[in-house]
Design a protein around this ligand. Structure first.
Ligand code: FAD
Length: 299
């Protein structure tokens, strides 16, 4: 969780120049330091050292401003938008599932610096020139206003990849994914990137949204289901209508069904920080190994 509290959240402006020669801003520098030196990062590195067959993470060239063309926009709900992107400069981009990019939000004042915001890559790490990013609209948010003004065909700029939260290898028998809002992006990338290598594992996913109208990504999840022997997903609605027959409440209230104390399991959580905190507290109370919990908060 070394990325929490990064300048996207504190609103600290990036002080780097805006171009390929940009110097590393103090903000980015502190961020990279946190990524590599924080206890969380060291813990993740220690976990990674248990995974000899994992390929090394691509070394990020954080000075390079990369460009992507917006090929397609999918508006799944009024608050969720996915951008389908093609790399234009350079023409490919290496990352590992779980990593994110920093979107450079152009300032209204051309003399000002861009605002930087983190977005997890939703597509497979095996695809090198087409990318998917899922956005949740935040009212009056700088990046949200920018992304929701896009019509398609524009070029957007970003740096990355960043992040050290990877799929744990070798994997346990059961993988449990808990996400809310746009947190599905990281988990979709994890599963799509690893399903060919690990088709026989048990994959369970709970996706927390408010109402039936907030449900999205069903086609994508069905596609995963058709490609995996043992993948199940369910939506958990915090404010469903009376006719909703599925799970109600919060995802954290439904994890007991997974028998994680008996079946060797890894937890991946992404999205709402309160959900992550609640699940960690519950798992700690159960005596679950904290080294098998991987979480990224988006808020
Ligand atoms: C590692 C990482 C990966 C992320 N990946 C994604 C992703 O894949 N998709 C995605 O949609 N977001 C993701 N985020 C969150 C994203 O970086 C932005 O914080 C978010 O999109 C809001 O940016 P903004 O410029 O629109 O709002 P801002 O201008 O930053 O904020 C406007 C107001 O909204 C509040 N706010 C900020 N973020 C949230 C939030 N998430 N929920 C509620 N209120 C908020 C702020 O406190 C502020 O008051 C990620 C964050 C991190 C740290």
């Amino acid at each position: 969780m070394g990325v929490r509290g990064w300048c996207a959240r504190t609103q600290e402006p990036a002080r780097a120049g805006h171009g390929p020669q940009a110097m590393m801003s103090p903000c980015v520098s502190r961020f990279i330091h946190r990524l590599t030196q924080s206890p969380a990062a060291k813990q993740t590195q220690a976990q990674m050292s248990d995974a000899p067959q994992s390929p090394a993470a691509p070394k990020p060239n954080i000075r390079l401003i990369r460009k992507m063309r917006v090929d397609r926009i999918a508006d799944y709900t009024p608050n969720i938008r996915e951008l389908f992107l093609t790399m234009t400069e350079p023409d490919s981009f290496d990352f590992r599932a779980g990593q994110f990019v920093m979107l450079h939000v152009p300032p209204k004042d051309p003399a000002a610096k861009p605002a930087l915001r983190a977005y997890s890559i939703a597509s497979s790490e095996h695809v090198k020139n087409h990318y998917r990013l899922v956005f949740k609209y935040v009212d009056t948010g700088l990046a949200s206003e920018y992304v929701w003004a896009l019509k398609g065909g524009e070029t957007i700029e970003f740096t990355g990849p960043f992040g050290r939260l990877f799929f744990k290898e070798p994997p346990t028998e059961q993988q449990i994914f808990l996400n809310t809002g746009s947190g599905i992006s990281q988990h979709f990338s994890f599963i799509e990137s690893h399903l060919e290598k690990y088709p026989d594992l048990t994959y369970r996913l709970l996706f927390g949204v408010r109402t039936e109208q907030d449900i999205y990504y069903v086609e994508e999840l069905e596609r995963l289901k058709s490609r995996l022997k043992n993948f199940e997903y369910e939506f958990v609605l915090s404010r469903p209508s009376e006719t909703w027959k599925g799970k109600r409440g919060y995802v954290q209230n439904h994890i007991d069904a997974f028998d994680y104390m008996k079946v060797p399991s890894t937890f991946y959580m992404c999205g709402n920080g309160a959900m992550i905190k609640d699940v960690k507290t519950k798992l700690a109370g159960d005596g679950f190994d904290p080294k098998m919990i991987f979480a990224e908060a988006f808020d």
